[in-house]
Design a protein around this ligand. Structure first.
Ligand SMILES: [Zn+2]
Ligand SMILES: [Zn+2]
Length: 77
């Protein structure tokens, strides 16, 4: 049993995620995403999946990266 570090829920199906050498404990993927997922610099949505990284900024898709950076960015294939 472990307590979720986002919502404080004490849940017997909680799990741990190790990110950048730090162990985080969550009760759900929703909480894990809330805590760990980067936020798109353009539209503000959570970046779940690979997303696009330009100059250290995260974007949810190549469209947002293009809008924000004004450069030509391709979605990873
Ligand atoms: Zn939680
Ligand atoms: Zn976006």
């Amino acid at each position: 049993m472990a307590v979720c570090e986002v919502c404080g829920n004490d849940y017997d199906m909680s799990f741990e995620v190790i990110a950048a050498g730090t162990t985080h404990t969550f009760d759900s993927f929703e909480c894990a995403i809330h805590r760990l997922a980067p936020v798109c610099e353009h539209c503000g949505c959570k970046v779940i999946g690979h997303g696009t990284q330009v100059g250290g900024q995260f974007y949810c898709c190549a469209h947002c990266a293009r809008e924000a950076e004004g450069v030509e960015v391709q979605d990873r294939v």
